[in-house]
Design a protein around this ligand. Structure first.
Ligand SMILES: [Mn+2]
Length: 158
């Protein structure tokens, strides 16, 4: 199972088109918030089921603020991250994910990609496709592969 994880597109879809061309076909799309419109378009273009949450810039969005779902037997907690002050570090979002019994927490907001296994919870942040802030500032996304209950994550850059 191939899962594309993106975040913080902020109303721009050009890099999303590029990523889709590179990774298609995918089985699931996850968007960690700060979509700023085009929610329906993104889902339609991906051609797959889609989990999306609202971010701190999605003021009038119909999207949920948080979601929990299961992929390949793994309990995933999805939220943009600003409620847990992820700009200061992932401690609070980690605690929330742990208390919910999640094995994976997917979030955005920092515009810096992260994959980190921390005890019982794996932190997964794809960075931003539109306004990257990590060193080098290349737009980033994560391709997750699930096989026989084992997850692997590939941080990729455009
Ligand atoms: Mn953002």
């Amino acid at each position: 199972m191939k899962i594309l994880i993106i975040s913080d597109t902020h109303g721009k879809l050009d890099n999303f088109f590029k990523v889709l061309e590179i990774v298609e076909p995918i089985d699931l799309l996850v968007h960690c918030g700060d979509v700023e419109g085009q929610e329906s378009e993104i889902e339609a273009l991906s051609g797959t089921p889609c989990h999306m949450v609202s971010g701190n810039n999605d003021f009038f969005s119909f999207l949920d603020r948080e979601k929990e779902f299961t992929i390949g037997g793994k309990h995933v907690f999805l939220t943009h991250g600003h409620y847990y002050h992820v700009s200061m570090g992932p401690e609070r979002i980690w605690e929330e994910a742990y208390s919910r019994g999640a094995q994976i927490v997917m979030y955005g907001h920092t515009h810096k990609p992260v994959v980190e296994e921390r005890g019982a919870v794996t932190l997964v942040n794809p960075g931003s496709l539109s306004y990257p802030r990590q060193n080098g500032r290349r737009p980033s996304y994560i391709l997750m592969e699930l096989e026989n209950g084992k997850a692997s994550y590939d941080i990729r850059y455009l």
